[in-house]
Design a protein around this ligand. Structure first.
Ligand SMILES: Nc1ncnc2c1ncn2[C@@H]1O[C@H](COP(=O)(O)OP(=O)(O)O)[C@@H](O)[C@H]1O
Ligand SMILES: Nc1nc2c(ncn2[C@H]2C[C@H](O)[C@@H](COP(=O)(O)O)O2)c(=O)[nH]1
Length: 228
């Protein structure tokens, strides 16, 4: 059983690469349900009021999906529970959570992480982190087009997004729940350019081979169809 989790800033390409990778490897994709998240638009409208509620919502949905992924066959998750605290700590650091909310959040998170420790498979096999610059992040957020994520909706999002990129750097360096690798999201347009998609898929396959998760002679054409 091979469990791969994607990580990376907003709009980095996690859901897109999850779809590409799961199709290519013939494994089950797990997507974070964002567009039916009732709290997300409320958060962007009033971050101070909804930061804690949104984080509990995400933590709960991530806990469900990581438990399912760790007990089912081969799969790919488009975001991990492991970066949940990154978002909440960042929001707490900018005054969007009370001390009581921070204490309650970490109590809940530690309880959930303890539960994962008791599972037969305690953690994913590989984290694929997509690194993007601020300019690429904004371009992709615009391309995806969620109104409340746009700088035109709230100019303070520029600082929020730049801060998020600063928080991701130490988070990735400290991440040690599994093997990990980085995909250059600025360099590779794995959506529009087939040659970039082939390079990215081969980078991930080579990593899985080096971990003994794929046979060294495993080979497959990368010409998969994707929804643009
Ligand atoms: N490598 C890439 N090159 C160009 N566009 C991309 C790339 N990855 C994703 N996109 C586009 O950027 C937007 C955000 O991608 P998405 O997969 O939703 O990111 P995430 O899940 O990390 O938030 C989508 O419109 C998607 O088509
Ligand atoms: N406050 C938080 N917001 C989060 C968290 N995880 C995701 N998000 C936001 C960011 C985007 O607006 C949207 C989807 O994220 P993508 O990375 O898939 O674009 O949800 C979180 O834990 N806390």
């Amino acid at each position: 059983m091979t469990v791969i989790v994607l990580s990376g800033p907003i709009g980095a390409g996690k859901s897109s690469l999850t779809s590409i990778l799961s199709k290519y490897l013939g494994t089950e994709p797990f997507y974070e349900s964002v567009d039916d998240n009732p709290v997300l638009p409320l958060f962007y409208a009033d971050p101070k009021k909804y930061a804690f509620l949104l984080q509990v919502y995400f933590l709960n949905t991530r806990f469900h999906s990581i438990k399912a992924a760790l007990t089912q066959g081969n799969n790919v998750l488009d975001r991990s529970i492991y970066e949940d605290a990154l978002f909440f700590q960042m929001n707490a650091d900018i005054g969007r959570a009370t001390k009581e909310e921070v204490d309650t959040y970490y109590e809940l998170l530690h309880n959930m992480m303890d539960e994962l420790e008791r599972m037969p498979k305690k953690s994913p096999d590989l984290l694929v982190h997509i690194n993007v610059s601020y300019d690429t992040m904004i371009k992709r957020i615009k391309k995806r087009g969620r109104p409340y994520e746009q700088l035109s909706y709230d100019s303070t999002l520029e600082d929020y997004y730049k801060r998020l990129l600063r928080y991701y750097k130490p988070w990735y360096e400290k991440y040690d729940y599994s093997e990990k690798m980085v995909i250059d999201g600025d360099k590779y347009d794995f959506m529009a350019r087939e040659e970039d998609r082939e390079i990215v898929l081969n980078q991930i396959v080579d990593k899985l081979k080096s971990m003994g998760k794929l046979p060294m002679d495993w080979d497959k054409q990368t010409d998969i169809q994707i929804e643009a």
